[in-house]
Design a protein around this ligand. Structure first.
Ligand SMILES: NC(=O)c1ccc[n+]([C@@H]2O[C@H](COP(=O)([O-])OP(=O)(O)OC[C@H]3O[C@@H](n4cnc5c(N)ncnc54)[C@H](OP(=O)(O)O)[C@@H]3O)[C@@H](O)[C@H]2O)c1
Length: 278
């Protein structure tokens, strides 16, 4: 039976891991930052799966998010891809020392109750540690079978190029939304080379209530958040949005955005009138 998230189409991460493009970001799961057990989180995650979501993004740095995912969904459905990240300490400080990257990866494996992480992303490149050391450590984890595919987060075109000389990179996760298209150059590289692009903050907080967005939303009897997601899905076939929410209503709304078909006119209006300043 077709589920709403399936309307977003499919993408094969690394050419092999097939997911539907509209995913779920697990940073804001209820209780993630405080409670090791949260029924709210479990219900939300199970509902995401029922709606057809098969890509969940989390991180070692997101409090109890990884444990909550395992509690709610383990043993996992065969088709589910859990993408996690490592290399970021509390306060948002990168820590790319090889021993820390290994410790984060091994801790994520335990928390998620996995033998292999399907997609492990370097949360931030650490400017204090040579790239060879950071990606050498990640390559080692992959060669040991602890990681299947490698991703990076918040990278420039040049950083992505240099990282790809050290290890195969399957995905990039950069901030990107209607109001902030600073990563458009990185997206172009991903599109040209078939890398997945996971835009974070996809709902474009700070976009405000622009008249344009509101009028396109009215035309489609949709919310502005849904139009922001529908725009991302139209923007490129390699885009895999991971909207985050703690609300079951917003979750349903976000997944239903996959059903919205924006017209060329809608796109032209959105592209022109909401063009980001960054
Ligand atoms: N790589 C990185 O450095 C990085 C950084 C940040 C996040 N991320 C990843 O990206 C995911 C998404 O990022 P994000 O949570 O910052 O941004 P987001 O998904 O664009 O926005 C989430 C915010 O929008 C609200 N929201 C969600 N759905 C809504 C809807 N339908 N209508 C109105 N409001 C809605 C949420 O509140 P409610 O809970 O009330 O719905 C929350 O405040 C995270 O879960 C995480 O996996 C990655």
């Amino acid at each position: 039976m077709s589920k709403p998230a399936h309307a977003s189409g499919a993408f094969a991460i690394g050419g092999e891991l097939r997911v539907h493009r509209l995913g779920f970001g697990a940073m804001r799961l209820p209780g993630a930052w405080r409670e090791p057990h949260s029924n709210g989180a479990g219900e939300l995650l199970r509902e995401a799966i029922r709606l057809g979501v098969d890509l969940i993004d989390t991180a070692h740095a997101y409090g109890h998010s990884e444990e909550l995912i395992a509690e709610a969904l383990h043993p996992y459905p065969d088709e589910l891809v859990i993408a996690t990240k490592g290399g970021l300490r509390s306060g948002g400080h990168p820590d790319g020392r090889p021993e820390r990257l290994r410790a984060d990866c091994e801790s994520s494996l335990r928390r998620l109750r996995l033998d292999t992480i399907s997609l492990w992303q370097l949360h931030r490149i650490d400017p204090e540690i040579p790239l060879e050391e950071q990606f050498g450590a990640i390559r080692g984890l992959r060669d040991e079978g602890k990681i299947r595919f490698v991703g990076v987060s918040e990278v420039s075109v040049d950083e992505l190029r240099r990282a790809r000389q050290l290890v195969e990179i399957a995905t990039v996760q950069n901030r990107f939304n209607l109001a902030d298209r600073a990563a458009a150059d990185v997206l172009r590289v991903c599109e040209a080379d078939g890398l997945g692009f996971l835009p974070w903050a996809p709902i474009a907080r700070g976009l405000g209530n622009t008249c344009t967005l509101a009028s396109v939303a009215t035309t489609h009897e949709a919310t502005q958040a849904q139009i922001a997601l529908a725009w991302l899905l139209r923007r490129s076939p390699v885009v895999l949005p991971i909207p985050g929410t703690g609300s079951p209503e917003h979750l349903r709304e976000n997944v239903d955005a996959a059903l919205i078909e924006l017209s060329e006119d809608d796109l032209a209006t959105l592209e022109h009138d909401t063009h980001g300043q960054r």
